[in-house]
Design a protein around this ligand. Structure first.
Ligand SMILES: Cc1cc2nc3c(=O)[nH]c(=O)nc-3n(C[C@H](O)[C@H](O)[C@H](O)COP(=O)(O)OP(=O)(O)OC[C@H]3O[C@@H](n4cnc5c(N)ncnc54)[C@H](O)[C@@H]3O)c2cc1C
Length: 275
């Protein structure tokens, strides 16, 4: 069983600031982290490594500094890390990103053995589109299972997978054949911490780096800015929502509670109850 986990290095969203002049993200000086959802994909792959000896390859398209994210994955237990990095990939939108991630998975399969499962996060913390996983599945012509909150069974014998998909109105239990792209939710598991031997191993590990020249039949019209039809016409920081606040005062809690009930009764409560 060979599992690929797609990871993206993203700016830590807790530290994100917007440049008021350009209205773009200030990335300088903002710490970079592994996209949170992708750690859950990695944890699930590592679970199958522990349980059935699956081989785990992590892949990322990004700048050279994204090797830190990949080393973190190695420290947690991934077997191999591939960074796809080239100036020609810069400016990629989700269409171009899914093309490059797709041909990377294909090349991983050619060089290191057939791929059975590709785990992606449901979305990233920065781009946040949730389009790359399904895009990769389409490019590879693999089955796709999105919004997965539980993998019930992964069978090497049957070459099948059974999952719970979290839908708006319930849980869908789906079984499908491999190979498959699975996009995961955070409910799936709790990502492990790196072990000390893992950290030592990662400190010595050098991710495999592929550039455009390593892909013999890459279509250059599909990568980077050239391959990105999306146009970002404007970005802005939404105004904080103004909420009317009223502070109720009284001699004791009972008085304040009665006043609160009075207020709710006279305003929105009957409407909310449909009266
Ligand atoms: C015109 C344009 C130019 C852009 N230029 C840049 C740029 O120069 N630099 C930049 O960082 N962003 C750029 N972006 C943003 C870029 O489009 C997205 O970050 C990227 O396509 C991934 O989309 P997303 O973050 O919404 O991923 P989602 O679809 O939300 O991600 C879902 C999952 O897909 C996988 N995934 C996503 N991205 C990668 C990746 N790179 N490698 C491996 N797996 C991945 C992960 O598992 C992730 O959890 C640009 C966007 C546009 C529209």
């Amino acid at each position: 069983m060979h599992i690929v986990v797609c990871v993206k290095q993203v700016p830590d969203s807790r530290e994100i600031r917007i440049d008021p002049n350009t209205n773009t993200l200030v990335r300088q000086g903002v710490p970079a982290i592994v996209n949170y959802y992708d750690l859950h994909g990695l944890e699930e792959a590592l679970r199958f490594k522990d349980e059935m000896g699956a081989e785990v390859t992590v892949v990322s398209m990004g700048p050279p500094s994204a090797d830190k994210a990949l080393k973190q994955c190695i420290s947690m237990g991934a077997d191999r890390a591939v960074l796809v990095s080239d100036r020609a990939f810069a400016g990629a939108d989700t269409l171009a990103t899914s093309y490059v991630v797709g041909i990377t998975v294909q090349k991983v399969a050619e060089e290191f053995g057939p791929v059975d499962v590709v785990f992606c996060g449901k979305q990233t913390l920065d781009g946040d589109t949730g389009q790359v996983g399904p895009g990769v599945a389409c490019r590879l012509d693999y089955e796709q299972l999105t919004y997965v909150e539980k993998v019930v069974e992964l069978s090497d014998k049957d070459k099948s997978i059974t999952v719970h998909r979290h839908l708006e109105d319930g849980i869908e239990v789906v079984k499908t054949k491999l190979p498959v792209v699975v996009t995961v939710l955070t409910e799936l598991n709790k990502p492990r911490r790196a072990s000390l031997p893992g950290v030592i191993n990662a400190s010595r590990y050098k991710p495999i780096v592929w550039s455009t020249n390593d892909f013999s039949d890459i279509d250059r019209s599909k990568i980077g800015l050239k391959g990105s039809p999306t146009i970002v016409s404007k970005t802005w920081v939404p105004e904080p929502r103004k909420i009317d606040t009223k502070i109720l005062e009284g001699d004791n809690a009972t008085v304040v509670a009665s006043e609160l009930i009075e207020q709710l009764w006279s305003t929105e409560l009957p409407t909310r109850l449909g009266w």
